[in-house]
Design a protein around this ligand. Sequence first.
Ligand code: HEM
Length: 491
Amino acid sequence: ELHIWLAAIAFFLLVVRPLLNRSRVKNRPPGPTGLPFIGNLFQVGPKPHEAFCSLAKTYGPIMSLRMGSVNVVVASSPNIAQEIFQKNGHNFTDRPVPDSIACQKNMEGSLAWAPIDQLWRNRRRLCGTKMFSGRRLDLLQHARHRVVQKCIQRIREHCAAGTPVNIGLLASDTTLNFMTNTIFSVDVDDLNFESTGKFKDLIVMNLEAGGKPNISDFVPALKRFDLQGSRRKFQLSIDRLGHVFDELISKRSKSRAASTDRNGDFLDVMLDLCEEESSCFNLDNLKPLLVDLFVAGSDTSWISVEWAVAELLRNPETLQKARKEVLEVIGEGGEVKESDVEKLPYIQATVKEALRLHPPTPLLLPYLASNDVAIGGYTVQKGDQVLVNAWSIARDSKYWDKPLLFSPERFLGSAIDYKGRNFEYIPFGAGRRVCPGLPLANRMLYFMLASMLYSFDWKLPDGVSPCDMDMREDFRITLRKAVPLWALPVA
Ligand code: HEM
């Protein structure tokens, strides 16, 4: 008898209640009918950005679906995105926190997942003015120059041996090294402790556990079982990362106590802020912020470099134009500096075009509606998850001429930028929660690409021609290249 009762309760919770909730709001955006229990999960499948794009052709630029028992609203046009981010931004301030990520302690310290309140506003403002400011990033550029030299040296070795470079691997090592140098003034390889393993492996473990679609997020009743082990893996990565961060913080606190000399890196800024009276920073809430910076900043940036190089190799004329620019501007026997990027409009346009076709977070990060809100003539219900399909908007022929063509020229002399004001192009998001790391991402991407193109010409390995390149995508929260890109550097 107990079984029958349990089955009845489960049926009510998993099937009847979601249907009742769904019918509460009359003017819900249109969308495909889903199956009981799973809703539209199977229709959406492993590449939601593509599935949403094709469903939007039938249901329009604002549609609603049910993913398990979660109501999801998907925006697929610049106008709807603008309504969400600008006109109604105050109703879309919070995020649904994935089950794996919610296990973190001191979540109020997270920039990416904490709700917008006064604490969040203060911390976000201080991150903008004290860490991601032009002055601070200039101050730390010498370290990034060292990192690029190391990257170029590594390519030289491949060049001498005549072996191809795994571009994703090179870009990921270099990006993480940029980040550890900007945040802690140490090389990434110096963070491989015996007790925690390789720092890069911890970041990758964290990205996998937090980014992989997880059934617990669609069927909350299953949360307690952690069927995919995502929470367990995330917790493990957080514990180990926490250990590394504790070591670095304690070492730095000692050196700060012994001397007034400062590196001026992000850690110094954070510890300065912790020392201020009535500060919104303290030693407990630093770690979630550090995790955010590494997790939000690393694979987004390295994925972008890999896609940019892939597109250049697929479009050899564009590759030569980009090389010509950097060779002419820097001149023979020189070296690219981070500050040279301002003089390289074609390189800038190349990065922008790669971010248009391959936005690293194609659906941005999810939002939660805090009230019933009218958008595009429909009602988005309080508690709905809201996704903006930045990927499909940036490939829509209504807003882009020949949208699938890789053409940096479209950005030359164009005022369209990715700072969140042009809603047809929002790879960094928009509104109150637009990516705070954009100024650092900018510098890392342009600098790395310009240096790789200045020092080497690039060719595809023997037997691969541009039109045979495998450009398939692999969706997590981020959109990676499914098949690693190998390229031959030529001195
Ligand atoms: C948020 C993109 C690099 C830190 C975001 C969002 C996007 C994004 C789309 C969500 C915005 C929204 O919800 O509207 C990117 C891309 C990058 C990049 C494309 C590189 C190509 C970085 C870097 C850092 C960083 C280098 C820091 C070192 C963050 C943080 C958030 C965020 C902390 C959460 C902000 C919030 O929720 O309020 N990023 N990002 N990102 N990004 Fe980035």
